[in-house]
Design a protein around this ligand. Structure first.
Ligand code: NAP
Length: 306
């Protein structure tokens, strides 16, 4: 089969080449990949992966062989599948734990964004506990994870505040369900009960300072690429700052994701969740997508696999 593989002799660390056929283990089904959606983390990891690795965490495709042990998706089902790695190829091995089942008629392009971006948003928000009637900050609202988090938190009944440095993106965030959009946590009109943080650095420290008593900050992403420095007193617990917590998150360590991925796929198919796809391109254009990275509009670029 053809696959994009890590190739450190190439300037973009990738080459599209013929690789040996997959050898399924007893729990593995085989999908024919129809579309994949690169993540920020996939791109960052490329220079660090060994030569020959097939990168990418997210892919949607149709099941062409069931697992020998009878587990997992059925022949002909369209699934959305989560890595690690192995997504940017014509075929991929998947297990029952790594897939969500797409409903009939689902668009594989839209399904390909579910695994990392949408599922991280869902699982990250769950860490905040019930959000109904609570004020929740999505720090980095225009990130792919943030665009899903804004929608899901609003659906769950939160009063959603989102951040973006870009004034032109405010309307988009409001359209997805943000009740308030600010450039940074220092501009918040009131404190918040929870924070889903996709930025890290000084943004995290500022947001922690705006947490109401009992509030939680989930440090999910670090898109700002900065270190975090807490000053003396930042972690005091007094009358206005009692019992605040900060927790880390890694999707790859979460378990039993299948039902959540199936639910997200169904929500997207039904039109209740915007898949935030901004462009669909043929997969041989993958390196161009990376080069154009900083110019792309907010959301996900999907590559269709021939
Ligand atoms: N822990 C996990 O399991 C997990 C899972 C998924 C993703 N992540 C991480 O989550 C983060 C977001 O990923 P993504 O793919 O959703 O990101 P993304 O789509 O690349 O978006 C990054 C966003 O961050 C903002 N940003 C970038 N640099 C910034 C800076 N210096 N200061 C303030 N804002 C800045 C930009 O927003 P504006 O231009 O609108 O300000 C941009 O929309 C990444 O760090 C990723 O690695 C972690």
């Amino acid at each position: 089969m053809l696959a994009w593989t890590v190739d450190h002799t190439s300037p973009d660390h990738l080459s599209l080449r013929e690789v040996p056929d997959l050898v399924p283990g007893p729990h593995d089904a085989v999908i024919q990949v129809q579309a994949f959606a690169p993540n920020h983390g996939d791109l960052e990891a490329l220079p660090l992966l060994p030569d020959g690795t097939i990168p990418g965490w997210d892919a949607a495709g149709i099941v062409v062989a069931e697992a020998a042990d009878g587990t997992g998706p059925r022949l002909g089902e369209v699934v959305t599948s989560l890595g690690p790695d192995s997504a940017w190829a014509q075929r991929r091995l998947v297990t029952a734990e790594s897939v969500g089942i797409a409903p009939a008629g689902a668009d594989p392009n839209a399904m390909s964004v579910v695994p990392v971006a949408a599922t991280s948003a869902l699982r990250g928000l769950r860490r905040l506990g019930p959000v109904l009637g609570r004020r929740i900050l999505v720090l980095g609202g225009t990130s792919a994870v943030g665009l899903f988090a804004v929608q899901l938190a609003a659906r769950a009944g939160a009063d959603v505040v989102a951040t973006t440095r870009n004034p032109a993106a405010r309307e988009r965030l409001a359209g997805l369900g943000a009740h308030e959009v600010v450039a940074s946590p220092s501009e918040l009109s009131e404190d918040v009960s929870g924070v889903l943080d996709l930025l890290g650095g000084s943004h995290l420290v500022q947001a922690f300072a705006r947490l109401a008593p009992g509030g939680t900050l989930v440090a999910l992403g670090h898109a700002a690429g900065e270190e975090e420095f807490f000053g003396y007193g930042d972690l005091f617990g007094d009358a206005g700052r009692h019992d605040r917590s900060l927790t880390t998150f890694f999707l790859g360590a979460e378990i039993a994701l299948g039902p959540d991925m199936t639910w997200l796929a169904t929500e997207i198919r039904s039109g209740r969740l915007d898949p935030v796809v901004t462009a669909v391109r043929p997969w041989h254009e993958l390196p161009d997508v990376f080069t154009a990275g900083t110019e792309r509009s907010y959301g996900k670029v999907v590559l269709t696999v021939g």
